[in-house]
Design a protein around this ligand. Structure first.
Ligand code: FRU
Length: 504
């Protein structure tokens, strides 16, 4: 009996939480239900992502007092499973050296800095707005702060800044990691149009090691938010250097490029000089990986674009993060590429509703009919699609639509948000964005995750990825697959995603 009571209370609590989400979603149009969003105010880059004592920490560029970019703080959120987020009090406030721009966090296992064993140390850019106004180029400097209580309270180091600007206007976004073979910290820093690597024994004194990239990769804008990640290919270390770029992305505005190569503790040497993009869509930016996660490389990006981030039509908050992704490497045509897939933890909130081992599409096939009450929170997995033209229309009852498709002649995937609802807040928003098919196999597989105001497309097991945001007047809950002729899909799985019961 007591057990029954318990079950009933649990069920009531579940209904209540979900009710809250729905009510809130109705009063707050476009609020994602699974992706992390701040309760209020502005958010941009993910910062200081570090795993410690069973918790994933996410700090983020945050202006708590307005829904536009402004004086930057580090907001803070934690999760134990990468899908249920708990927003925490603000971690870092602006200080006499400036506001708190992007950076990273590490766990100082060996107490190299002397702040304490296992201190959580944040390494960030202090941006002095006064310095900027005064016309000097030295207004961005790197500073550190530490926490001995899992990121709840922070002490800024008295000797800040720890790395002074030599006179480079854009000198920011330190990503620090431990280089075990050399027993030293490596800082990967964005320095205008290239990366500068620094090393340190103690996180406090930094020495320049090398520079990379002035004449390589995409240079349509400023290099920002880098990351240096090591992978292992059957015992061979393969390094990936992530470099965010604004503007100059493949579909306009900001985007994330990367290089593959080797790193010897001093310099990064690329394997090839082709420009590669981690996400071809318009709305993944400033993406980097969590530190202290061992061999798993977990990635999160900011789901927006500087081209319009400040004017998207949301009210109490602006911007969401992507869903957590796991990065890997794969050799295609003799070249290493990064592949991104949804982190396996997303399975814990995935409830399959329809699974088919073979679907014959003659002209069109309705996976789900649009309904004004649905929440537009879903995942669609399509396997073994032939290399032929097809599209998937995500629709609502207001005749708004986002279309995802494959164009065989161009060998491209695309996401078209031309008729996706509100688009007039920025003239370049209503567009069809394209990405090359990079995989070489003769069938395609797709995973699509939708959440109120976004679609994330992982094609060919994550070789081509696209993220797109949009603002329909009601969620896009209808899904129809279309093909000019007939199309056979070997596997189709449609699932609902369980909302994140974040308290707001
Ligand atoms: C990238 C970026 C960073 C900077 C931060 C400021 O989106 O411009 O280079 O540190 O945002 O908020």
């Amino acid at each position: 009996m007591r057990y029954l009571n318990y079950l009933m209370t649990l069920a009531a609590a579940l209904i209540l939480t979900q009710g809250t989400i729905t009510a809130q979603q109705k009063t707050e149009p476009h609020r994602p239900q699974l992706h992390f969003t701040p309760k209020k105010g502005w958010m941009n880059d993910p910062n200081g992502m570090v795993f410690f004592n069973g918790k994933y920490h996410l700090f983020f560029q945050h202006n708590p007092n307005a829904t536009v970019w402004g004086p930057m703080h580090w907001g803070h959120a934690t999760t134990t499973d990468l899908v249920h987020w708990n927003e925490q009090p603000i971690a870092l406030y602006p200080d006499s050296l400036g506001t708190i721009f992007s950076g990273s966090a590490v766990i100082d296992v060996n107490n190299t800095a002397g702040f304490g064993k296992n201190a959580m140390v944040a390494i960030y850019t202090n941006h002095s707005h006064e310095g900027e106004k005064a016309g000097t180029d030295k207004f961005q400097n790197q500073s550190i702060a530490y926490s001995l209580d899992e990121g709840k309270s922070w002490t800024k180091y008295k000797g800040n800044p720890v790395l002074r600007n030599p006179g480079i206007r854009d000198f920011r976004d330190p990503k620090v990691s431990w280089y075990a073979p050399g027993k030293k910290w490596i800082m990967t820093l964005a320095t205008l149009d290239h990366i500068t690597f620094y090393s340190s024994p103690d996180l406090k004194s930094w020495k320049e090691e090398s520079r990379f990239g002035k004449t390589l990769g995409a240079h349509g804008g400023v290099w920002e938010c880098p990351d240096l990640v090591s992978f292992n290919d059957n015992g061979k270390p393969v390094w990936v250097l992530i470099v965010n770029l604004n503007p100059g992305g493949p579909n306009g505005g900001s985007a994330t490029q990367y290089f593959t190569g080797s790193f010897n503790g001093n310099a990064f040497t690329p394997y090839d000089t082709t420009t590669k993009w981690l996400d071809y869509g318009p709305d993944e930016y400033a993406g980097i990986t969590w530190s202290n996660t061992g061999n798993r490389k977990l990635f999160l990006g900011w789901m927006s674009n500087w081209q319009y981030a400040n004017v998207v039509p949301t009210k109490n908050w602006r911007s969401a993060m992507t869903l957590p992704r796991e990065l890997g490497i794969k050799k295609i045509n003799g070249r290493y590429m990064v592949v991104s897939t949804l982190a396996k933890e997303v399975a814990s909130v995935t409830r399959p509703l329809k699974t088919h081992s073979s679907v014959q599409v003659n002209g069109h096939y309705e996976v789900v009919r649009a309904s004004g009450d649905a929440d537009g929170l879903f995942r669609l997995d399509l396997g073994e699609l032939p290399l032929t033209d097809f599209s998937i229309a995500f629709t609502n009852t207001k005749d708004e639509e986002v279309t995802v498709g494959f164009d065989k002649t161009a060998n491209q995937f695309y996401i078209d948000r031309t008729r996706s609802g509100a688009t007039d807040f920025e003239k370049g928003f209503a567009k069809r964005h394209v990405a090359p098919r990079l995989a070489t196999g003769n069938s395609i597989n797709l995973t699509l995750a939708g959440d109120a105001a976004s679609l994330e497309l992982f094609a060919d097991n994550g070789v081509t990825v696209m993220t797109s945001i949009f603002f329909p007047s009601e969620p896009l809950s209808g899904i129809t697959i279309k093909a000019p002729g007939s199309l056979q899909i070997k596997k189709l799985k449609y699932s609902t995603l369980i909302p994140n019961p974040q308290k707001r």
